[in-house]
Ligand binder design. Structure first.
Ligand code: MRU
Length: 364
């Protein structure tokens, strides 16, 4: 998508075919800062410190992290160390392990001297494939939005989204936001309710920034507002992302997603998930008991808020008497019964095992 009118991705390789650069999302929306990943440690820190975040973007960064690590040391021991360090950087998004396993398959049987170039090539393919997958999710989601627009005889379609599942959470396009970009580009009258998404404010910082850049109408709301808006008929559809969807259709996404799903269910608002197959964990059956939920620092992220003051200075402030007395579960699980449908790159399906199998028969 465009930044200041110029097309950008979240991660790319320079003309030398080796230097890997990311947008450092911790500075957005205040500053467009890029940073290079030259070592394994750079890649691990980019993921763990959330310079990159969003399940598909984490996967793409992990693939390039392996490539960079193996360029620096192609030995078996170094590869194992890189795999383990990257895999441990964040536990919930399954795209991370998927990408690392792709890397391991890529170098299986290769001589040390051939490993790095093979990994750079595969990481590039993973990124291009991600763009294609997200674009297809956008196309299928567009049909849903077109239907709502038709039912409303062209009146504004109000979409509620949580966290950031837009292009900066992927390589390009986004998952939950891709249908909105496609709808806007097709001339549909759309408006987005953007959940602020405390504690890290991915909605207020990142989704709002993206939509602003593209010119899509939006309004940032507090995390507690969605239910009230739904009760008052102000939300036509919710679309969120996913970090890990089980083979049975349970969806793990940013903390607070579950509450929106409950409110949507109670108010008969359709609740959809932009779900690329790389975010589906085909081994897992029960989201509530099996998905590892990341718990991040409460003191750092709940206790302190980072932003721009009236003088334009970036600073941290606290609103609490004691920032250390806080808890910070980063994700929650929405059971499949609250989900109207999964928007995958192969079409929209119900959130259950049988429907997923119809779209992905090769997963067994
Ligand atoms: O903690 P984050 O910012 O990495 O969480 C991101 C989300 O929860 C997104 O909704 C999810 O990764 C889908 S990204 C297209």
């Amino acid at each position: 998508m465009n930044v200041n009118g110029k097309p950008m991705r979240t991660i790319w390789v320079g003309d030398d075919g080796k230097s890997v650069t990311i947008i450092d999302q911790t500075y957005l929306p205040h500053k467009l800062q890029t940073t290079d990943l030259n070592t394994l440690e750079d890649a691990v820190s980019a993921i763990a410190d959330m310079k990159v975040r969003g399940a598909p973007c984490i996967g793409a960064t992990a693939a390039y992290g392996m490539a960079v690590a193996v360029r620096n040391d192609p030995s078996e021991a170094a590869i194992k160390q890189a795999y383990d360090a990257l895999n441990a950087a964040r536990p919930t998004a399954v795209n991370l392990k998927w990408a690392l396993d792709e890397c391991m398959d890529t170098i299986d049987g290769l001589d040390e001297s051939d490993r790095a170039s093979a990994l750079f090539q595969r990481a590039g393919e993973i990124c291009d494939e991600d763009v294609d997958i997200c674009s297809k999710i956008g196309d299928y989601g567009l049909d849903l939005l077109k239907n709502i627009s038709k039912e409303k005889e062209g009146d504004t379609v109000n979409i509620l989204t949580h966290c950031n599942a837009g292009w900066v959470a992927t390589v390009d396009w986004g998952t939950a936001i891709a249908p909105i970009y496609k709808a806007f580009d097709a001339g549909l009258d759309v408006h987005v309710w953007v959940d602020e998404t405390r504690p890290r404010s991915q909605g207020a910082r990142l989704t709002a920034w993206e939509l602003e850049q593209h010119g899509v109408p939006y309004t940032v709301i507090t995390d507690n507002s969605g239910g009230h808006l739904m009760q008052n008929g102000l939300v036509d559809i919710c679309i969120v992302g996913t970090d890990r969807t089980t083979a049975t259709g349970d969806v793990c996404n940013k903390i607070g997603t579950y509450l929106k799903a409950l409110a949507a269910f109670d108010n008969e608002v359709p609740f959809y998930v932009g779900a690329p197959s790389r975010s589906i964990d085909w081994e897992m059956q029960d989201g509530l008991t099996e998905i590892p939920i990341e718990v991040r620092s409460g003191e750092e992220e709940v206790g302190w808020i980072f932003g721009r003051d009236e003088d334009g200075v970036l600073r941290r402030v606290t609103t609490m008497p004691d920032p250390s007395k806080s808890r910070n579960d980063a994700f929650d699980v929405t059971p499949r019964e609250y989900i109207t449908g999964l928007i995958t790159e192969r079409g929209v399906c119900d959130a259950n095992r049988d429907a997923l199998r119809v779209l992905f028969p090769e997963k067994g």
